[in-house]
Design a protein around this ligand. Structure first.
Ligand SMILES: O=C(O)CCC(=O)C(=O)O
Ligand SMILES: [Fe+2]
Length: 251
């Protein structure tokens, strides 16, 4: 790694002996466990993945690298070799996964009581692939801007990570076959359109795999009335997200 890259990593992630770790702890920190979103198989949330100081440094690096030089620039992609800070992010995601004690609802064998039919084990095997991610999208959303309901393109493999920065938001998930059994949004009457809200705070990371990745659409609607959490409309600021994915191999 050259000196310029090392300096960037030091600024973003702080001093570490080998420049390889995000200083996220050893995984025993309770804030670094993965929480399954119980309604959606394969959807996991790590609430405090990046502490506030690291979020600020990461934002400064993104700013200094000129990813969003004009207000009209709201999306930037990179394929193949990721910038050093994104490679570092991937490394830290893998590290947190391998070190975490996952919070899982116990499945009681031979009993139908208290069984969470959506409980599934964390897909740790996905984290053995190399590279873990080779595609990066940065999205920048001004207040009121969001992203329509979609499933990520099939050209990407299973296992997608999204880091949220700056503004909290509610991401809604709706099942492709219309059986999400979630909440109806304001003005929505068709139960098939019920959506599961997931609250994403700055520094949180979600990971989608299996059903969450292939059978559920995700969206962020930041129009008035759609960003409510615990009955309160969220105060919107600019939001930046970092999505990490891996391209499917072409045979
Ligand atoms: O901004 C986000 O959190 C989601 C981005 C996303 O879903 C995408 O780029 O496919
Ligand atoms: Fe997406």
């Amino acid at each position: 790694m050259d000196a310029a890259n090392e300096e960037i990593l030091r600024q973003v992630f702080g001093d570490s002996s080998d420049g390889e770790d995000l200083e996220l702890g050893d995984g025993s920190d309770p804030s670094h466990c993965w929480e399954p979103i119980k309604e959606i198989k394969g959807l996991w949330l790590c609430r405090d993945f990046l502490p506030p100081q690291r979020q600020s440094s990461l934002l400064s690096t993104i700013q200094n690298e000129g990813w969003f030089t004009q207000a009209s620039h709201n999306q930037a992609m990179r394929f193949g070799d990721l910038p050093s800070w994104a490679a570092e992010l991937s490394h830290s995601i893998r590290k947190v996964v391998l070190a975490s004690d996952f919070v899982l609802e116990p499945i009681v064998l031979g009993s139908t009581d208290n069984v969470n039919e959506n409980a599934c084990s964390f897909p740790s095997d996905l984290f053995c692939r190399e590279p873990l991610f080779d595609q990066l999208i940065l999205n920048s959303y001004q207040p009121g801007e969001g992203i329509c309901a979609h499933i990520d393109l099939m050209r990407f493999e299973d296992g997608i990570a999204i880091l949220s920065l700056e503004s909290s938001c509610v991401m809604h998930f709706s099942s492709v076959d219309g059986t999400s059994r979630g909440f109806l949004m304001d003005g929505e009457k068709d139960p098939a359109m019920a959506k599961i809200p997931v609250y994403l705070t700055p520094g949180s990371l979600i990971f989608m795999s299996g059903e969450a990745r292939y059978l559920w659409k995700h969206e962020i609607n930041r129009m008035p009335g759609f960003q409510k959490w615990e009955g309160e409309e969220l105060n919107q600021k600019r939001r930046i997200s970092i999505t990490l994915r891996k391209l499917c191999q072409v045979e």
